[in-house]
Write a protein that binds this ligand. Structure first.
Ligand code: YXS
Length: 275
């Protein structure tokens, strides 16, 4: 098993504990998110390291990738790093946002990307997990999408990811309530492919990744891209798209959005007035 970490050593000091590590075992690569102090918040630093690891795997023709949190973490990922969200006046989830770039990197990786989920998944990390091809979770897992906690306008691409995977009534309940969907319900709703015990999730995931890696890689890479192109294809007119963007701009310019961010940073509950 070879391991590579992509977190640069700090100049002059001993290398920090890498917040993202990669290991390759045969034709299966594993990316581990390891920033417990910030609950694996999806910061630019963490996401750049994740994307660098995927690129390294692509260069090494790694056929299947497992994406996981470090063992023992109760939070798989706390979602977008709220400290890096704009404080208003610009799209908080624009095309160039590091999270959006990471989602595209996962969705275009020419091999299976399998999310192995132990612990809670929040906000944009739910979009990250949904962007993986297969999700395997244990009974400590839960999934929440939380823009309503921040007053944040989710982006249309992210809504499409949800619409391609989940029933509309579940999507509405998750976005409206920001409440976590726990493991058993996640299995029943089809959020996850397999719910397995904490004891067996690692071997189960490794075995599935190994099985997929033994199949014809070109056939898998192409069928994955065909499915991505077909599922992303949603003909909406330029006028409709512009109207949706306008509606989102109203939100990210709102007092509520500023209040949501500030409340998190000040560690207090937000009070929203709908303006
Ligand atoms: O105060 P320190 O410096 O120790 O740091 C604290 C938290 O500030 C930090 N942290 C985060 N930092 C940036 N962005 C985050 N999303 C984030 N979450 C946590 O981690 C340190 C420990 O946090 P603490 O004390 O709350 O940990 P805990 O174990 O008591 O609770 C774990 C969580 C995940 C339940 C709690 O941290 C939490 O509720 N975090 C926020 C989850 C969330 O709302 N995520 C959505 C982010 S926005 C996003 O993803 C999308 C844009 S959207 O809004 O559309 O969904």
């Amino acid at each position: 098993m070879t391991s590579t970490d992509t977190t640069p050593a700090t100049a002059g000091n001993a290398p920090q504990t890498p917040i993202v590590t990669g290991e390759v075992d045969g034709m299966v690569g594993t990316i581990t998110l390891n920033n417990p102090a910030k609950r694996n918040a999806l910061s630019r630093e963490l996401l750049d390291a994740l994307m660098a690891q995927l690129e390294a795997f692509r260069g090494a023709s790694v056929r299947s990738v497992i994406l996981r949190a470090a063992p023992g973490m109760k939070v798989w990922s706390a979602g977008h790093d709220i400290r890096e969200l704009p404080k208003g006046g610009e799209d908080p989830l624009g095309y160039a946002d590091p999270l959006e770039r990471a989602l595209r990197a996962i969705r275009t990786y020419p091999g299976a990307v399998i999310a192995m989920v132990q612990g809670t998944v929040w906000g944009g990390a739910f979009d990250l997990v949904l962007s993986c091809d297969i999700i395997i979770a244990d009974d400590t897992s839960s999934f929440a999408i939380t823009p309503a906690n921040l007053g944040l306008p989710y982006n249309t691409t992210g809504l499409l990811h949800c619409l391609n995977r989940l029933p509309l009534n579940l999507i509405k309940e998750m976005f409206f309530s920001a409440a976590p969907v726990h493991a058993e319900d996640a299995r029943q709703w089809g959020i996850i492919n397999h719910l397995v015990s904490a004891e067996e999730i690692e071997s189960y995931t490794q075995n599935l990744a190994g099985l997929i890696s033994s199949k014809a890689p070109l056939a898998i890479a192409v069928v994955k891209e065909q499915l991505r192109v077909l599922s992303d294809y949603q003909p909406i007119s330029a006028q409709v798209f512009e109207r949706l963007q306008d509606m989102r701009r109203e939100i990210y310019d709102s007092e509520d959005y500023k209040e949501g961010i500030n409340a998190f940073l000040e560690k207090r509950k937000p009070v929203f007035y709908g303006r």
